[in-house]
Design a protein around this ligand. Structure first.
Ligand SMILES: [Zn+2]
Length: 110
C-alpha cells in the first residue's frame, strides 16, 4: 500500500474520533445545562404535594448532577495529589532527596 493512502486513512480516522468526541462533549454539556435550567425554572412551580411529578424530576436531576460532580472530583483527585506532590518536591527537594556530595562540598566551602 502506498504511504499516502495509509496517511489519508489515519487522518480520516483521527477526524472521526475528534468528531465523535465533540458530539459526546456537546451531549454531555447539553444534558448538564438543560438539567440545571429545568431545576432553576421549576423551583417555583405550583406543587401539588407528595405525588408531584416535577418534584420527582427535579430530585432525580439533582441526583444526576451530584453524581457527575462526584465523578469529576474523583477523576481530578489523583491529578491534584500529583500536583501537590510536585509543588512540594519543587520547594522542598532537599528535604526529600538527600544532598549530593557536590552540594555538600559547595556548602562546606562557604
Ligand atoms: Zn412539586
Amino acid at each position: 500500500m502506498p504511504v499516502r493512502f495509509i496517511n489519508n486513512i489515519e487522518h480520516h480516522r483521527r477526524r472521526t474520533v475528534m468528531a465523535l468526541a465533540f458530539v459526546l462533549l456537546f451531549l454531555f454539556l447539553s444534558i448538564l445545562l438543560l438539567s440545571m435550567a429545568f431545576i432553576i425554572i421549576q423551583t417555583g412551580h405550583d406543587c401539588i404535594g407528595a405525588d408531584c411529578i416535577v418534584c420527582v424530576i427535579i430530585k432525580s436531576m439533582k441526583n444526576i448532577l451530584e453524581q457527575i460532580g462526584r465523578a469529576i472530583s474523583v477523576a481530578l483527585l489523583p491529578g491534584t495529589l500529583l500536583l501537590v506532590f510536585l509543588v512540594f518536591m519543587f520547594f522542598h527537594s532537599s528535604v526529600i532527596l538527600p544532598l549530593t556530595l557536590l552540594e555538600l562540598s559547595v556548602k562546606l566551602n562557604n
